[in-house]
Write a protein that binds this ligand. Structure first.
Ligand code: 5MM
Length: 342
């Protein structure tokens, strides 16, 4: 496995591969399990993740996996550390290091992501456990009079302090400033998302510069430019791709090692189609791929439903989604491929 942060970052965005975001905290995975009436025990969480990490797609379509603190310490049923399963598949193990988004004081409705206290020491532990990249997610909500400069600036500064600490520890930071698509405002159309994303990304890169973060040793995990779920004005896939590529070109220095999108609540196929269309736009200066959680796992978790007898079918569902996104990461996904597989 590569050791220089610049080489690790390039491995994370290797051609035809993307990142599996399997870093749901215990609360979030419990919500996913509850919806399918699966009891969220430590063993069930381990079995689910082990099933994903032993799938074929890990070798062909997955460059790295973001883990949660519990998972990075877990062993498979046969005693093999889960981290070793990931490495054996040729993927890089990573770790979520933020401790969640908390209410931002005196800024009603807005959040600040926490986790900087003790981070230098935690990063040393995670490095020893095998993590070579980390993830920190800031959330920016669009609402009446939101976001505020206070929220954007506080989150951008925290992202930059986190990224600098990671690089000091030999760990590649995934910098994830997520402009949410599920705010309450009907006026939140694609252009509002564009303007907010532009403001957020420009602020984040300014703070990364101030903090001396090496752009070649980081990966950006942004939202795509999409209308809010409650917007009366929806957008075509071509418009999403064009506006997403445009805002990234406007805001993201070419030196950044790569871009790996979050799915953010888009439908599985929509997330794949948008990624493929973005990759058909000529002249983007960085590799552009996926770092999906829900959009990669939804079919697999439903098929598995907590039952050992469903493991093979769930792995097939995961392989399919990962393969579709692998094609999208080189601009070669087509709707017919979904039908053929079905
Ligand atoms: C996998 O989900 C992560 C969130 O976990 P917590 O809410 O429990 O902290 C999340 O950060 C994820 O990595 C990204 O948002 C991308 O996931 P989606 O589902 O948006 O593709």
């Amino acid at each position: 496995m590569a050791e220089r942060i610049e080489d690790i970052a390039l491995a994370m965005v290797a051609k035809g591969k993307g990142i599996l975001a399997a870093d749901e905290s215990s609360g979030t995975i419990a919500k996913r399990f509850d919806a399918l009436r699966i009891k969220s025990t430590e063993e069930a969480r381990r079995d689910y993740r082990e099933m994903l990490f032993r799938s074929e797609a890990m070798k062909t379509a997955v460059s790295g996996v973001i883990l949660y603190d519990e998972t990075i310490r877990q062993k498979a049923k046969d005693g093999t550390p889960l981290v070793d399963l990931i490495k054996a598949a040729g993927a890089v193990p990573g770790i979520k290091v933020d401790t969640g988004a908390k209410d931002l004081a005196l800024s009603p409705g807005e959040k600040i992501t926490e986790g900087l206290d003790g981070l230098r020491e935690r990063l040393k532990d995670y490095y020893a456990l095998g993590a070579r990249f980390a993830k920190w997610r800031a959330v920016i909500d669009i609402g009446p009079a939101m976001p505020t400069w206070n929220c954007i600036h506080a989150n951008a500064q925290a992202l930059a302090r986190y990224a600098a600490l990671c690089q000091e520890a030999g760990i590649v930071p995934i910098v994830e400033p997520e402009v949410l698509m599920d705010g309450p405002v009907a006026a939140h159309d694609i252009d509002v998302c564009y303007g907010t994303t532009e403001w957020v990304l420009k602020t984040v890169f300014q703070e990364l510069f101030v903090a001396h973060v090496v752009l070649e040793g980081m990966v950006l995990k942004p939202n795509m430019v999409v209308p809010g779920k409650k917007s009366a004005k929806q957008a075509s896939p071509a418009e999403v791709a064009e506006k997403t590529a445009r805002v990234l070109r406007e805001c993201v220095p070419a030196a950044v090692a790569g871009i790996a999108f979050l799915s953010g609540g888009q439908g599985n196929e929509a997330a794949t189609e948008h990624l493929s269309l973005i990759n058909q736009i000529a002249g983007l200066p960085w590799p552009v791929t996926f770092s999906y959680g829900r959009a990669l796992q939804a079919a697999a978790i439903e098929t598995w439903a907590g039952k050992a007898e469903n493991v093979a079918a769930a792995q097939r569902a995961f392989n399919h989604r990962a393969q579709m996104n692998s094609l999208a990461s080189i601009g070669e996904w087509k709707p017919d491929l979904e039908k053929e597989a079905a």
